[in-house]
Design a protein around this ligand. Structure first.
Ligand SMILES: *[C@@H]1O[C@H](CO)[C@@H](O)[C@H](O)[C@H]1NC(C)=O
Ligand SMILES: *[C@@H]1O[C@H](CO)[C@@H](O)[C@H](O)[C@H]1NC(C)=O
Length: 213
């Protein structure tokens, strides 16, 4: 597909950079829902502190909350820990650095887009450009190549496997909106089953981070 693929990937990155702002109570901006931009750099009304106390590699710092922050929001202590280690910044103690430093926020977002969370898993980039071949487990978990699995890599069960849910549909609508802006026909993005992760199991379930799937 040549250049087209690259353009699509830019669309997808723009989509996730923007749309994620709608999750978990990110605020509303003017211009209609599809025109919302990078208006907030942290989750407006976190529903929880996103501390997984069973994680001994990246234990939560007392009093610190790991709600979504950044251009492509990071959630959970273990994700702040992993990304902080990669970028050599102590995000486990100072997740607020992501809110205060735009350079760091975008470094984290690009790292997150390009890096698989676990060995043998694809990155969002891998799924998006079609490098990823589903394993038997993936197929059993209904993870098929397509935009839905890209959402799954980035958000897991925060968005996926919850049925036809608003936060997922917002992401898909934004993606299609960007395709329109770039003059790529929506029909080329594939059918709803491929765009959606409504029925998929998360690559990394948040409730049982140690389990293999
Ligand atoms: C922001 O983060 C970048 C990348 O880690 C770092 O080089 C820079 O010093 C930081 N800026 C401030 C003001 O802390
Ligand atoms: C597939 O899933 C099973 C059951 O969850 C797990 O034990 C196994 O390690 C998985 N295989 C791979 C290659 O991830």
């Amino acid at each position: 597909m040549g250049n087209g693929k690259w353009e699509w990937e830019m669309d997808a990155i723009l989509t996730v950079l923007n749309v994620v702002l709608l999750l978990g109570g990110y605020g509303v901006a003017t211009g209609g829902p599809l025109a919302w931009g990078l208006c907030y750099n942290h989750e407006m009304s976190p529903s929880q502190s996103y501390c997984d106390s069973t994680d001994y590699v990246y234990p939560c710092t007392p009093g610190v909350e790991y709600y979504g922050r950044g251009a492509l929001p990071i959630y959970w202590n273990y994700n702040y820990g992993t990304i902080g280690e990669a970028l050599k910044v102590d995000l486990l103690s100072h997740p607020e650095y992501i809110e205060n430093n735009a350079t760091l926020a975008f470094q984290a977002a690009i790292w997150r887009w390009m890096t698989p969370m676990k060995k043998k898993q694809p990155s969002a980039h891998d799924v998006f450009v079609g490098n990823w071949k589903p394993t038997k487990n993936d197929t059993l978990a209904k993870r098929v190549p397509g935009f839905g699995s890209t959402i799954n890599v980035l958000y897991g069960d925060l968005v996926c496997g919850q049925g036809d849910e608003d936060s997922m549909n917002n992401i898909i609508s934004h993606y299609l909106y960007y395709l329109d802006l770039m003059g790529v026909g929506r029909e080329q993005a594939g059918p709803h089953e491929v765009l959606s992760c409504a029925e998929q199991e998360a690559f990394n379930p948040s409730s049982s981070p140690a389990s293999a799937s």
